[in-house]
Ligand binder design. Structure first.
Ligand code: HEM
Length: 136
C-alpha cells in the first residue's frame, strides 16, 4: 500500500511521459500561436522559431516513445481487448504524428506545410487523448 498514491517508479515513468507530451503537443499549439507575431518581426523569424522548436520537439518525441514502451511493459499485463486495441491504434497514430511533423519540417510549398502541420497536430492531440483513456 502506498496511501493510494502511485509508487515512486510509476511516478517517474508517468511524469516523464506527461512532461514530454506537454512539450510535443503543447509546443505545437504554442508555436502555431506565436508564428503570426514572428512573421511580423521580419523575414526568416518564423523559420528560426521553428528550427529552435525542433531542437526541443524531437528529444521530447524520443522521450515519449521510450517512456511509452516503458508504460506498456508496466501496465499491459491482463488488460482487456479494448485496451489493447486502443494501444495499437495509438502506436500507429504516434508514428503518423512523427512522420507528419518530419514532413512538415521538410515541406517546400505553403500547401504541404499546412497539410503536414495539420496532420501532425491532430494526430498528436489524438495520441494524447488515447493516452488519457489508456491510463483509465
Ligand atoms: C505523441 C506521442 C504520445 C503522447 C502525446 C502521449 C500521451 C499520453 C498521455 C497524456 C497519457 C496519460 C498519462 C496519465 O493520464 O497519467 C499517456 C499514457 C499512456 N501512454 Fe502515451 N503518449 C504518446 C506516446 C506513447 C507511445 C509511443 C506509447 C507506447 C509505445 C504510449 C503508451 C502509453 C500507455 C500504455 C499509457 C498508459 C500508462 C499507464 O496507465 O500507466 N504512449 N500517454
Amino acid at each position: 500500500m502506498n496511501g493510494g498514491l502511485a509508487s515512486a517508479l510509476d511516478g517517474v515513468r508517468l511524469s516523464l511521459h506527461v512532461l514530454a507530451a506537454t512539450v510535443w503537443v503543447g509546443g505545437q499549439i504554442t508555436i502555431a500561436g506565436l508564428v503570426p507575431t514572428a512573421r511580423r518581426l521580419g523575414e526568416g523569424a518564423s523559420k528560426a522559431l521553428a528550427r529552435a522548436f525542433g531542437r526541443i520537439q524531437w528529444p521530447a518525441y524520443a522521450v515519449l516513445v521510450i517512456t511509452g514502451f516503458w508504460n506498456v511493459s508496466a501496465v499491459h499485463a491482463g488488460q482487456p481487448h479494448a485496451w489493447q486495441v486502443v494501444l495499437t491504434i495509438k502506436i500507429v497514430v504516434v508514428a503518423l504524428a512523427g512522420l507528419s511533423a518530419y514532413l512538415h519540417t521538410r515541406a517546400t510549398s505553403v500547401r504541404a506545410l499546412a497539410v503536414w502541420g495539420a496532420v501532425a497536430s491532430l494526430s498528436s492531440l489524438a495520441a494524447l487523448v488515447m493516452g488519457v483513456f489508456l491510463a483509465g
